[in-house]
Every structure is written in C-alpha cells, then in structure tokens.
Design a protein around this ligand. Structure first.
Ligand SMILES: N[C@H](CCC[C@H](N)C(=O)O)C(=O)O
Length: 279
C-alpha cells in the first residue's frame, strides 16, 4: 500500500508527517521509522509524526517516533508542524485555527496565528525528580543546580519535564561545548531511567538565551521546542532569566513564556512545509 508523507520542519528540526486519520495505530513501525529517518538511505528526518483520530474529545491524537525508533511523550517543534499539516489536510473545509491534540504528555493545543507562526500551550512543566524522571534528587524534590559527573567534569544541572525529560546546564559559551562527544553520555547517564534530552544554555540577557541541544533518541538537532521550554523554566528556577524570553537555537529563535497567571508554558515559532512524497 502506497503511503503518502509530507516533510515539515520547525527551525530545522525536521519530521516526516503521516496522515494516519484512517486508523488508531501508526501505519509505520518504529523499525521502518529508523530507515525513513536515515539521511542517506531514507527520506531523512529527526522523527516521524502521525496524525491519528482524536480521543477523549480532542480533535486529533499525535504520536511520534524519534529517528532511533523510540517513542517520546511530546515534541514541541513537531506539534507546530502537525498544526500546519492538519490545516493543509483540512484545506477549504477547515473551520478552526486552534487544535486540541491528545499526546502522551496530555492535551496540547497548537494555534495557527495570522502571521503564519504557531503558538502552543505546552502545559505545566513538571519539576519533581520523580516526574522527570531522575534519581539525582529525592523523588518529591526539585532538581535545581545539582552536581552531575559527566565525561570527567562536574556539571551543575537543573531538570524539567515537558512530558519528556530535560537536563539543563548553564555555560559561558555554548559554541565551545563538545556536543558530539558528551551528548550521548548525558543521554544515557544512569540517573535518567528514561534517558534524557540535554540542553546547554548561554544567558545572553535575562530575556535572551542561546541554546544547543543533544536530543534523546535523535542526537544533535537544530532546534528542540520542549527543550527550549524546559530551559526557560530552568532559567527562572535558577533566577538567571525572565519568564518571557527569546531562545535562540542553531535553527532560529523561539518565543517562550512561563505564565505567572496559569503556570503553563507557551511557545511561539514557525513550521514550514518542504515537500510531499510517496513511500
Ligand atoms: N527527542 C525528544 C522528542 C522530540 C523533542 C524535540 N524535537 C522537540 O521539538 O520538542 C525526546 O525523545 O524527548
């Protein structure tokens, strides 16, 4: 059976999107996703995202396979791409700009803005060690500026979950971090039973952060939406940044806010369609 796909990216974090509205199970297996994400023998992507029928009153359900075949709970750049993909699929029959999407991290709502960007309510960050999950601190305590030994160095890390786990560390110069060699050591560190995404943050100003990321199940990517949200939250927890800031990623900027009113995190950024193909 020929399967159509459309390639999208959010600041260079790129995905194969599949219209999976006809069944409740992904039409591509994790093993097939690994092959399709390969940048030489396949289409090339950081992951595969499925638009499935909604559940519990949501419009649609999103599932995602990382390029290593693992299934994360959420994906920030990916859900912006899904929002644009759904609008493209619905075409003339589209009646809404805001979609309620069921994910493994709860209901997440991307909203298509008039300027073409997508604003997403990313929900409440989870701050307790048991929720990240990590064994770095007691399960019912926060993980703020904790020492972590990686690659022969002691790093100060702050952990935040956006449904998926993030380990954030603040550095003087993100460009100097040897991401290729140490990223995987953070990802597979024994204190992270579900592995972790790792963000290295340089505070340029209290409302401007520079970020590089090693993603769980994907390695170095040009952007990470959940990571940018987690990093802003970590910056506030460590009193290094404001609650509204621009996070500059190698692929471009995201606007992030950790609302003082409802404690939810809001992310605004682009999502671009690249091409459609057939498997
Ligand atoms: N690799 C991530 C999922 C994708 C997250 C990232 N692409 C984003 O934009 O949030 C994980 O396993 O948690």
């Amino acid at each position: 059976m020929a399967i159509e796909f459309t390639k999208y990216h959010g600041l260079g974090n790129d995905f194969i999107l599949i219209d999976n509205r006809s069944s409740s199970e992904p039409v591509i297996t994790p093993a097939q996703a690994i092959k399709l994400c390969d940048r030489h023998f396949g289409i090339g992507a950081d992951g595969v995202i499925f638009a499935l029928p909604g559940e519990n009153g949501t419009d649609y359900t999103m599932r995602i396979f990382n390029s290593d075949g693992s299934e994360p709970e959420m994906c920030g750049n990916g859900i912006r791409c899904l929002g644009v993909f759904l609008a493209d699929l619905e075409g003339e029959s589209r009646t809404q700009d805001l979609y309620r999407i069921q994910t493994l991290a709860g209901v997440i709502t991307p909203q298509l803005m008039a300027d073409g960007q997508v604003k997403v309510d990313m929900g409440l960050p989870k701050l307790l060690a048991g929720e990240i999950p990590t064994t770095l601190s007691a399960a019912d305590s926060k993980v703020i500026n904790q020492p972590l030994e990686v690659a022969g160095k002691t790093w100060e890390v702050t952990c935040v979950s956006m449904g998926n786990p993030h380990c954030i560390t603040f550095v003087e110069d993100v460009a100097a971090i040897p991401l290729e060699s140490i990223g995987t050591k953070f990802e597979h560190h024994p204190v992270f039973p579900q592995r972790t995404n790792t963000e290295f943050i340089e505070i340029v100003r209290r409302d401007y952060l520079k970020m590089r990321v090693w993603e769980r199940g994907a390695g170095i990517t040009l952007a990470c939406g959940t990571g940018a949200c987690a990093s802003l939250v970590a910056g506030v927890l460590t009193e290094k940044c404001d609650r509204i800031a621009t996070v500059e990623l190698p692929g471009g900027p995201l606007q992030i806010e950790w609302s003082e009113i409802d404690q939810r995190v809001y992310m605004t950024g682009p999502a671009e369609r690249v091409f459609t193909g057939k498997l």
